[in-house]
Design a binder for this molecule. Structure first.
Ligand SMILES: [Zn+2]
Length: 97
């Protein structure tokens, strides 16, 4: 990982008490990911990094917890791009997690 002096990507806000609880599922297989690509992501300076994947008119969010040995990766359900972008906005603002 490249360490930057300044953070270029957004950080998630502190989670709100009445936030929407996202269901984090086992990561999708690479075959599922072939048509999707990461279009937005949060800053790598935090232990937990979120990415928005879009492709083929669908989208989901991936959560990676950077651990010492290997990262712990979970994905949300697959949504329409509009729904996933709304969830992404909620993640950043702290109203979903
Ligand atoms: Zn940062």
């Amino acid at each position: 990982m490249i360490l930057l002096d300044e953070c270029l990507s957004p950080h998630v806000a502190m989670v709100q008490r009445d936030h929407v609880r996202l269901e984090w599922r086992r990561r999708y297989a690479d075959s599922v990911l072939e048509r999707a690509r990461s279009v937005r992501w949060t800053c790598l300076c935090r232990a937990t990094v979120y990415e928005l994947y879009e492709g083929g008119g669908k989208a989901f969010i991936r959560r990676t917890v950077q651990l010492d040995r290997s990262p712990e990766i979970h994905d949300t359900f697959v949504y329409s791009i509009g729904e996933a972008r709304a969830i992404w906005t909620g993640l950043l603002s702290g109203s979903a997690r």
